[in-house]
Write a protein that binds this ligand. Structure first.
Ligand code: BDR
Ligand code: CA
Length: 313
């Protein structure tokens, strides 16, 4: 099969960085058309810079990186330096990238790519707030039916929230954008916290990255060590969830994941539950099914895939 054409929409973030590395390490499965940065974990200036740091680390400076929206559609930006550190990629020593940021706005790149590629040929992988994607949908609704699939990290149901008691970070930051995407009719595959909280960076798994004795392996180990501290303290778990690479792993080995095709709505009104993904897991309503909502992962298989692929870089 020909590699799948994808756009990664991202707010790096250590776990975003690992997702980008996994995609760049997998050319037989993934044809990365471009990376669009969005404000999220840290402000846009940093996410656009971090995406390029990661491409250079992978030895792929020819990857096209675009800066997209610098704030949510209707709200003030909420960031997550408390998890990811001041730079968004705290952990290892890093140098500023030398590869250029593309001149085109990320939203324009998304629109232009979907119009120029054959209909049904491009998959979008959002691993940050959904601002760029929803803005593209509002500006150019003709692109919506041309998307093959959206495979995103966001939301939670049984695991409820990580930024509020009810909401997961990516959806909470821009709930209006999430509502547009979940209501768009595009086939959605969702990796919520229910999945990612099972993809924990245990010590042997991080040691496997370090044992690669490569720049990439050392960076990934240092990044996971850094953001592990926060999550281990919070959840009392044996490691931190590596959220975002679940999306790319799904494109490569979908059999690692299990879920249900259900209705998922986004809360945009309530102060208490803003950004909640109201997932009809038990199929209580007859609201239309709009998402393949995952809830399980073969974590050993996922980490084996990651270690195998990242060792190539
Ligand atoms: C999501 O929020 C960010 O902090 C991570 O990069 C991930 O995309 C997890 O809730
Ligand atoms: Ca992210």
């Amino acid at each position: 099969m020909a590699p799948r054409k994808i756009i990664i929409d991202t707010d790096p973030g250590q776990d975003d960085a690992v997702a980008i590395l996994l995609a760049l390490a997998s050319p037989e499965d993934i044809d990365l058309l471009g990376i669009t940065a969005v404000a999220g974990n840290v402000p846009l200036e940093l996410t656009a810079k971090n995406a390029r740091i990661v491409c250079e680390l992978a030895g792929k400076p020819e990857t096209r990186v675009f800066a997209g929206c610098d704030k949510p559609m209707k709200r003030k930006l909420v960031t997550a330096e408390h998890v990811h550190g001041k730079t968004g990629l705290d952990g290892p020593q890093m140098q500023d990238p030398t590869m250029p940021l593309q001149d085109q706005h990320g939203v324009d790149f998304i629109i232009e790519t979907l119009r120029s590629e054959p209909s049904g040929a491009v998959t979008i992988c959002p691993i940050g707030p959904l601002t760029n994607i929803a803005t593209a949908f509002e500006r150019a609704p003709d692109i919506i039916p041309r998307i093959q699939e959206i495979v995103l990290m966001g939301g939670a149901y049984f695991e409820v929230g990580n930024i509020t008691p009810a909401a997961e970070f990516n959806i909470y930051v821009d709930p209006e954008a999430a509502k547009i995407v979940f209501g768009s009719g595009v086939p959605l595959t969702v990796m919520p916290l229910d999945v990612t909280h099972k993809a924990l960076t245990t010590k042997p798994r991080v040691d496997a990255f370090r044992a690669m004795h490569s720049k990439v392996g050392d960076h990934v180990a240092a990044w996971t060590d850094f953001f592990e501290r926060f999550d281990m303290e919070k959840y009392g778990s044996e490691g931190a969830p590596l959220h975002d690479p679940c999306t790319i792993a799904y494109l490569i080995e979908p059999q690692l994941f299990k879920g249900r095709h259900i209705n998922v709505e986004i809360e945009t009104q309530s102060d208490l539950t803003l950004g909640m993904t109201v997932a009809d897991w038990w199929r209580i309503t007859d609201r239309p099914k709009n998402a393949m909502f995952m809830n399980d992962i073969d974590a050993a298989g996922f980490y084996a895939l990651l270690a195998g692929r990242l060792a190539r870089l």
